[in-house]
Design a protein around this ligand. Structure first.
Ligand SMILES: Nc1ncnc2c1ncn2[C@@H]1O[C@H](COP(=O)(O)OP(=O)(O)OP(=O)(O)O)[C@@H](O)[C@H]1O
Ligand SMILES: [Mg+2]
Length: 291
């Protein structure tokens, strides 16, 4: 199985500021590990750096500094040429991530061929059907084109495509946020089942604290590129320590709170939020980021 260790990840972008350009730190000193059979959730507001971390892990982007180590069971690093086979991404938008000109079969057969998972057309077709069945779609979907599928079905195809090369690490960047609320849980449950079957390591990026708690083992709360709170999923959601995590929890819809007045004390002022400290539930201590 494959394990990913991220240490002190930093990503700076050069952004235009009037006539000058300046450096902007989108990810600032983030560390975590992805282990087989476990899910780590990254939560945080828009622009907090979640997708940037996923893009670095999937090698679509290079870090400014920091290390991403991907190792097999025996401790040997996964060679660059095999990286894509081990680490795959599921994107937010199932409408943009599939090519409208190609059949569903083409989408799943391509990674099988590129990563030499099958030999010959027949075996490839068999495997495509097998992958479709694993995501609860039948063989008739193989010849269809993406526009003939619903959003949920497309996202299932995207998941089948990600797993086709034999991926062991799945980076799911808001995999259900563009889907209808009624089918979100179905897709997340499917991902959970595949994770158990294949012992996958999953990074789950979301705005939704409720599904982060339900579907992950560990939660990292990101604020302005920094982790401000981390710990077991239940601890972070039920006993948030950092003002920012509390703010996120307050912003989340909660049927029990509807109609109630939220006290001023519970909602911290944005100016007092401090991204330089992180509450670690594993140690029970506050940690201060290096300046
Ligand atoms: N290529 C780029 N050049 C300059 N700035 C960028 C680039 N990519 C991302 N950023 C900036 O980095 C910050 C983090 O972006 P990122 O996409 O990681 O946020 P996010 O947490 O995924 O947000 P969302 O929840 O909206 O998807 C943002 O302020 C964004 O504008
Ligand atoms: Mg994003």
């Amino acid at each position: 199985m494959t394990r990913v260790e991220v240490t002190d990840l930093v990503k700076e972008f050069s952004v235009r500021d009037g006539l000058r350009r300046r450096r902007f730190r989108a990810v600032d000193g983030v560390s975590f590990a992805l282990e087989p059979g476990r899910t780590v959730a990254l939560v945080g507001e828009s622009g907090s750096g979640k997708s940037t971390i996923a893009r670095i892990l999937s090698r679509l982007e290079r870090p400014t500094s920091g290390v991403v180590e991907v190792r097999r069971d025996d401790g040997a690093p996964v060679p660059a040429a095999r990286y894509r086979r081990h680490v795959q991404m599921v994107f937010q938008d199932p409408f943009a991530s599939l090519n409208p000109f190609h059949s569903i079969e083409h989408h799943i057969a391509r990674p099988l061929r590129i990563h030499r998972r099958t030999r010959g057309t027949d075996e490839t077709h068999e495997r495509v059907v097998e992958m479709l069945e694993r995501v609860n779609l039948d063989a008739s979907f193989a010849s269809r084109r993406p526009h003939e599928l619903s959003g949920g079905q497309r996202q299932r195809v995207a998941i089948a495509r990600a797993l086709a090369p034999g991926a062991q690490v799945v980076l799911a960047d808001e995999p259900v946020s563009m889907l209808d609320v009624s089918i979100r849980l179905g897709v997340l449950n499917l991902l959970g089942r595949l994770q158990r079957e294949d012992d996958l390591a999953v990074l789950y990026i979301t705005h939704d604290l409720a599904t982060a708690r339900h579907f992950s083992d560990e939660i990292l709360v990101l604020y302005r590129g920094r982790v401000v709170e981390r710990g077991p999923a239940d601890a972070v959601i039920l006993d948030p320590h950092h003002d920012y995590t509390r703010l996120l929890a307050l912003a989340a819809p909660d049927p029990e709170r509807i109609g109630k007045v939220v006290s001023g004390e519970a909602a911290p002022d944005r100016a007092t939020l401090d991204s330089a400290v992180c509450f670690n539930h594993f140690t029970g201590e506050w940690e201060r980021a290096a300046a």
